[in-house]
Design a protein. Sequence first.
Length: 79
Amino acid sequence: MRSTISIEDELLARAKEKALNRKCSLGEVINEALLISFSQESQSSTEQPFRLTTCGGKGMHPGINVNDNAALLDWMEQA
């Protein structure tokens, strides 16, 4: 499929150089770069979420709202 796109001069020069070094077309270099970019995108979205390991403690204290900074600060100062 043919398309017209705008590419920064520096990126285009680097892509053309890569195409010459690999003895392939500029389109192949751009296609490969897009495929790599999209595959990295999908890999990062499937990574496991960060889990914080805690030890000891009994969890949250009853009545503490961690979304209320002022109330949390008041409670911490009383403790």
